[in-house]
Design a protein around this ligand. Structure first.
Ligand code: ZN
Length: 471
């Protein structure tokens, strides 16, 4: 028996034993000593969150007033100013914007127009970071391929053409896994197409569902390959062109993009605190990202997550709870097209990371929460699972090992335990990076449950005398 096989059997036995333990009736009511100690505080927090109206109204006010918040945009800076002012109103401590230089990409006017076999205005969005076209645009024949392999097989036909990757979003795996697979085309289409002589690259939008909504997002140019313009088409339009090719129709389109990258711009991570009553230098940080793409109003991705964390701490404060450790709300900037906010936070707080108890983020939409994905030690996970049982009343008590979110990644890599709010993300990628990411996506009750879930976990982590075990 090979080593991996033996390990697999051991894991199966362990899983069976854990399932048996989990099946004991004790667990459902009693999460252990820590959970018993904080049951009444958790119930108060949940009741307050489930009656909350302020977070939704603030979320709507900010997103409707300032709109989308791409790094470098005036809308982002105005939104940050507004949040900082409201945090002052809330009497948080140490309310501040921590400086971060961010990339400044601007979309400009753009269009993709089918010339042959018939005129048609295609539904498109340029990809973040793309170069533009000449002012008159690029008019060229189109080659549709299914995949990178398919392009390799047809490399000889690609020269001088606009290559369209019509690679569908996998539906046989969970949405986040499907995204990780499919997003390779958004990132890599331009350089793959340029290598075989293409003049522009298009992709089928990265989504399982579409109503003629194109999805933007970042691309990555390889350093040694010419930069060509790249954009996403709606699923419908990608399939349309693919059908035309299959019928042997000659496809020609004109792509016009004014996209350009300006010098880096100053921005800020938003930070505010409820200082700890006994150990203020020990910190539980929780948040989401304040920036968004330049489409829709970024209500779901990720103002909702950032505002859930903000309201979680505001409610704890309003209830008169004074946890031992500091609760810090963070709204990281530039998650979407650079990740500079998350790295700047790690760098600017490096000295205190040994005393940072946990880093928590919500960036999967504020849909119905299940609990958390945890990154850290087995001992830390066991404690987090205990605390999780306090969220069973709202169905959000599931804590399991899993991937974290982007902004806290750099902090977690320094040894800080990580918590990612886990939600029902079955429709997340329908709206992700589109004009449809509006307040309409936000369900008030699910949003309240997200606030409750972040608040209970963060409160107990900050209050319990024991430190959450690290690696
Ligand atoms: Zn996001």
């Amino acid at each position: 028996m090979s080593h991996p096989e033996r390990a697999a059997i051991r894991n199966r036995l362990l899983t069976a034993a854990l399932l048996l333990l989990g099946a004991l009736p004790l667990r459902a009511q009693d999460g252990g000593a820590i959970a018993r100690r904080y049951k009444s505080a958790a119930d108060r927090i949940i009741a307050a969150a489930m009656a909350d109206t302020l977070a939704y109204s603030r979320l709507a006010t900010m997103t409707d007033t300032y709109g989308s918040r791409l790094s470098g945009s005036p809308g982002l800076e105005r939104a940050i100013n507004w949040v900082l002012a409201r945090m002052q109103d809330d009497s948080f401590a140490n309310v501040r914007g921590e400086p971060v230089m961010v990339p400044h990409w601007v979309r400009g006017q753009e269009s993709a127009t089918l010339v042959s076999p018939r005129p048609w205005t295609l539904h498109m969005l340029g990809l973040g970071g793309s170069v533009g076209t000449p002012p008159e645009g690029i008019t060229a024949p189109v080659l549709v391929v299914n995949s990178f392999d398919d392009l390799a097989a047809h490399a000889a036909e690609a020269k001088g053409k606009i290559v369209l990757f019509d690679s569908p979003f996998p539906t046989n795996v969970p949405p986040m896994e499907a995204y990780e697979i499919n997003v390779a085309y958004r990132g890599g289409a331009a350089s793959a197409a340029a290598k075989v002589g293409a003049v522009a690259a298009l992709i089928r939008s990265v989504t399982p569902h579409s109503q003629q909504t194109p999805h933007t997002g970042s691309l990555r140019y390889q350093a040694d390959v010419p930069k060509i313009p790249s954009a996403a088409l709606s699923v419908e339009d990608a399939e349309l062109l693919h059908r035309m090719q299959n019928r042997g129709d000659p496809i020609v389109l004109t792509l016009k993009m004014q996209a350009r990258t300006l010098p880096d711009a100053p921005s800020r991570n938003v930070v505010a605190e409820l200082r700890g009553s006994e150990r203020p230098d020990e910190v539980v940080v929780l948040g989401g990202h304040i920036d968004s793409w330049d489409v829709g109003e970024g209500a779901m991705d990720d103002a909702g997550g950032a505002f859930a964390a903000w309201e979680a701490v505001r409610l704890i404060k309003a209830l008169g709870l004074k946890p031992r450790r500091t609760l810090r709300v963070a709204m990281w900037v530039n998650e979407e097209n650079g990740g500079r906010g998350g790295r700047a936070y790690r760098d600017q707080h490096l000295a205190e990371l040994p005393k940072t108890i946990a880093a928590m983020e919500s960036d999967n939409g504020v849909f119905r929460p299940y609990g958390f994905r945890f990154q850290g030690s087995a001992a830390g996970l066991a404690v987090a699972k205990q605390i999780g049982t306090l969220l069973d009343p709202i169905g959000a008590g599931l804590v399991e090992a899993g991937d974290g979110e982007a902004d806290v990644g750099a902090t977690i890599r320094e040894g800080v335990p990580g918590f990612a709010l886990s939600v029902n993300d079955s429709t997340y990628f329908w709206y992700h990076h589109t004009d449809a990411d509006m307040m309409t996506v936000i369900d008030r009750d699910d949003f309240r449950r997200c606030i409750a879930t972040m608040a209970v976990m963060a409160y107990v982590l900050a209050e319990m005398p024991e430190e959450l075990p690290r690696q």
